[in-house]
Design a binder for this molecule. Structure first.
Ligand SMILES: [Ca+2]
Length: 112
């Protein structure tokens, strides 16, 4: 998993500040907790569980399935039915929810 983590950080933040690196790293670690089958990405069930947990932490868990489905669709950039940590982090950066060096231009996915 370390190799993938490194690739994620390199792709997502480029030469950005250490603070952004820490933020992306923390988020990626958090996302990986929900990868129950260990394939390196989240399917809808795994993503839904992550969303349910996040909303529960925010005391807003009533409609987590709808919210998860909407977010999952927005996150799954290549429409393959699973979302990678890269796709999740890129969405969060796009929405301004975490910081990264957006000026370098973010890749659409980790293709290599
Ligand atoms: Ca998975």
């Amino acid at each position: 998993m370390k190799k993938t983590m490194s690739a994620v950080l390199t792709l997502v933040i480029g030469v950005s500040a250490a603070q952004a690196l820490t933020e992306v790293q923390k988020k990626t670690d958090y996302i990986r907790r929900f990868d129950k089958d260990g394939d390196g990405k989240l399917n809808l069930a795994e993503y839904t569980e992550m969303t349910r947990t996040q909303l529960a932490e925010q005391n807003n868990a009533s409609d987590y399935k709808t919210i998860a489905a909407e977010r999952f669709k927005d996150t799954d950039a290549d429409n393959d039915g699973s979302v990678t940590p890269e796709e999740i982090v890129q969405r969060l950066v796009r929405l301004g929810l975490i910081s990264a060096d957006a000026d370098t231009g973010l890749p659409k996915k980790n293709g290599q």
